[in-house]
Ligand binder design. Structure first.
Ligand SMILES: *Cc1c(COP(=O)(O)O)cnc(C)c1O
Length: 379
């Protein structure tokens, strides 16, 4: 892994496009008779849409979801004949992006429906998706509004959604009663749009089983190797490895302290590796080994992985630097210049997230620009 291009880089991300493709194929298979889309919003969950999109396309994905029309325009040349759905939908002033780039707006409200219908009458036919809210209370027409729309004799013939969709609030929690409730609500809405393909499941929803699959599933986090079901063994392959460089190793005597707030205190002579990673790189301050009061409930912070062993973070994560306790490694084993794994094969991204009171989604989408990115396993 020590390619020459890395020699001058401090931090590096290794993104395994073969694992990404395998994960998408696995989610597509788990979707049974439904087909899996790929969700590429937020620069492919921080991994890089320019590399992730072609890899997923090559794996067989043809339906792609992004957050907004700008992301859709960026994605268009990467998946020329793919169908691109825009989660935020259309609003006055951005209609052109949809027509110019062949983007499918998701209609999230009566207002967006009106904007879309006005655009249709001006520019001619265009596909759309109808989003129905079944309990998330974030976006979408109510089930009653959707049913009324379906049965409205005055509904213009030009309005013919290519998909009806909804989004689960608790897909990561298989036991949550919200799942069955939303499933029933969604079935009622979908029944009113007979013959129109339907989509309900995100990654967690795919794991809920075939009742939730309908015609198209929308897995995101699982494809990127993250945990889709809270507390379950994660069957996905890790896709992203984040590594940072040790700048210095020092020995701190028993009784001394380290870091801001003197937040690490040592009860033995301790060897500390000072690593070039900080919250400016998306290594959140809340994963600190100590000295962060917002996480009182969880006393231990994140750990890294170095020379075959887990090493705990100590003190506070600062803007550019972090401290790890490497005392338990052989003294000669740890040197300035070594790379420590922050997450990847040996440290689950979700474990680091949990240490910081957050989720893998947030860690991945806040990785920042100071990593050298290396894409492996591509076609
Ligand atoms: C982000 C998103 C997804 C993907 O969710 P994951 O939990 O990452 O699988 C699916 N559907 C919608 C509407 C989304 O916003």
């Amino acid at each position: 892994m020590h390619e020459p291009e890395f020699l001058s880089a401090s931090n590096r991300l290794i993104i395994d496009l073969a694992a990404l493709a395998d994960n998408w194929r696995a989610m597509n298979e788990r979707s049974g008779t439904a087909s899996a889309a790929a969700v590429l919003k937020a620069d492919a969950y921080g991994l890089g849409i320019a590399e992730a999109a072609p890899a997923l396309y090559a794996a067989g994905a043809r339906d792609f979801f992004v957050a907004n029309a700008e992301e859709g325009a960026e994605l268009r040349p990467l998946v020329p004949d793919g169908r691109i759905y825009i989660l935020a939908g259309m609003w006055p002033g951005n209609e052109e992006l949809f027509f110019d780039n062949d983007l499918v707006p998701i209609i999230n409200s009566e207002e967006q429906l009106a904007v879309f219908m006005a655009a249709l009458s001006e520019r001619g036919d265009h596909p759309c998706v109808l989003h129905v809210d079944t309990g998330m209370n974030r976006l979408g027409l109510s089930v009653e509004e959707a049913v009324a729309l379906a049965n409205d004799p005055a509904r213009p013939a030009s309005f013919s959604p290519v998909l009806i969709m909804s989004h689960l609030a608790c897909g990561d929690d298989p036991k949550h009663p919200m799942n069955v409730y939303q499933l029933e609500r969604f079935r009622a809405a979908a029944a009113a749009f007979e013959g129109v393909p339907a989509s309900l499941a995100n990654s967690g929803g795919v794991f809920l089983g075939k009742d939730y699959h309908f015609d198209l599933t929308r897995p995101g986090i699982a494809v990127y190797g993250g945990e889709a079901v809270d507390g379950a063994v994660n069957p996905m392959k890790p896709v992203v490895t984040a590594e940072a460089r040790i700048i210095q190793v020092r020995t701190v005597p028993s009784g001394a302290t380290a870091s801001y707030g003197a937040s690490a205190r040592f009860s033995r002579d301790t060897r500390i590796a000072t690593v070039a990673i900080g919250y400016a790189d998306g290594y959140h301050r809340s994963v600190s080994g100590g000295g962060v009061t917002l996480r009182q409930a969880m006393p231990s912070g994140a750990y890294g992985f170095l020379h075959g062993r887990k090493v705990p973070h100590v003190g506070r994560v600062t803007m550019d630097l972090s401290l790890f306790d490497v005392t338990d490694l052989p003294e000669k084993a740890v040197r300035a210049g070594d790379y420590i794994e922050l997450f990847g094969r040996n440290v689950a991204v979700d474990d680091v997230a949990r240490a910081g009171g957050t989720i893998g989604y947030e860690l991945l989408t806040s990785l920042g620009h100071r990593y050298h990115r290396s894409y492996i396993g591509g076609a």
